[in-house]
Ligand binder design. Structure first.
Ligand code: ZN
Length: 359
């Protein structure tokens, strides 16, 4: 069976593109007479970004707490808030301004507005039955590829499981890429998030589930990441635009990852570590699995003056190490993609725990 692949409907890219958001939104407001719902990363709660947005009197603005990655609980709470504000009116658009956490929150809330039940009912593949309302992504942090991917990742604390709502309905209808929006991101955060693109693209290319379209997108995204992170300044204006395009292509290429993302998911579940940083720690102990990419990644960190303090898993309890192992090894599809069906012979419990202890 061939998969019928969907891409983002429309995208706009360029410095200052945010200024055209009102024009993009206008026909939506004319055709659907309900409010727009704006999801902004709480980093912007000083109001400066909101003042630049085409927010109207009747719209709802939600500041998303991104100290932790989205959880089933947080998504359910934002959904309840949105639903009670809308009070039966159809929203003309849902818009996300932030990084992966804010965009994923927007995507998952949108799915729950048109589908019964709770966030935890839709963690998996093709579980969303009804199309979501129209949504727009405006990334203010580049790298996760959430703006162009078909998943919205959520952490399920009760199940110790980090897994997305994978569905065509999860995808944004419009993406607006304005490199001005990443100018004020702290350097470490810019690196950790940007490098996510590099990671999921090389994981995909090193795996066994492949197709030529995905490979082509992933190769170009990696090429752009190398240009950015091996240059003298990853945050130069032209590099910020390159990084946004790399993230966008990388999100479209997002198919199956490999051995970095499962270990990263363990860190996010048990230590509540942000995704990009967790990826860096994961690759830092997988030099045997990805020797070439490991060296390249170390070069990039050195070139950009980024550090990765050691000892993050020191002093954890046996139970926490068990949870780290379980929350990693549960991701069988990517681990088979990378290491084959006998992956547990390589990633034994002792082997995985030893890797965490080296971080
Ligand atoms: Zn990722």
């Amino acid at each position: 069976m061939y998969r019928n692949a969907k891409n983002v409907g429309y995208y706009m890219i360029g410095k200052g593109a945010l200024g055209q958001l009102g024009d993009v939104l206008a026909p939506r407001r004319q055709s659907v007479h309900g409010p727009a719902v704006f999801f902004l990363d709480h980093y912007f709660n000083d109001g400066c970004l909101e003042a630049q947005l085409p927010v109207e009197k009747d719209d709802l603005v939600i500041y998303v707490d991104t100290k932790q990655e989205p959880t089933t609980h947080s998504v359910n709470t934002y959904t309840d808030q949105t639903r009670s504000y809308l009070d039966g009116r159809p929203p003309c658009a849902l818009l996300a301004f932030g990084g992966g956490s804010t965009m994923d929150t927007c995507k998952c809330v949108a799915n729950l507005l048109t589908n019964p039940g709770k966030a935890e009912d839709y963690q998996g593949w093709e579980l969303v039955k009804n199309p979501a309302p129209y949504k727009i992504a405006v990334p203010t942090l580049a790298g996760t590829g959430s703006e162009s991917s078909r998943t919205g990742i959520i952490c399920n604390e009760a199940k110790n499981l980090k897994l997305g709502m994978n569905s065509d309905f999860t995808m944004f209808d419009q993406v607006l890429l304005d490199p001005d929006l990443t100018a004020s991101v702290p350097r470490n955060q810019y690196f950790y998030t940007g490098i996510d693109t590099y990671m999921h693209c090389f994981e995909s290319l090193a795996g066994s589930y492949r197709n030529v379209v995905v490979d082509s997108l992933a190769e170009k995204a990696i090429d752009l990441c190398k240009q950015v992170f091996l240059s003298a300044d990853m945050m130069r204006e032209d590099n910020r635009e390159r990084m946004m395009i790399a993230s966008f292509l990388g999100g479209m290429a997002a198919g199956f990852v490999g051995a970095v993302h499962p270990v990263s998911a363990g860190l996010s579940m048990v230590l509540h570590m942000p995704h990009g940083l967790a990826n860096c720690y994961a690759l830092s102990v997988e030099e045997d699995i990805y020797p070439v990419q490991y060296r390249e990644f170390m070069n990039m960190m050195e070139r950009q003056g980024i550090d990765l303090p050691r000892g993050i898993c020191q002093g954890l309890s046996e139970a926490q190490y068990d949870d780290l192992y379980e929350a990693s090894i549960v991701h069988e599809k990517p681990l088979i993609n990378c290491l084959g069906p006998d992956f547990k012979k390589i990633l034994t419990k002792e082997n995985v725990i030893e890797r965490f202890k080296r971080m």
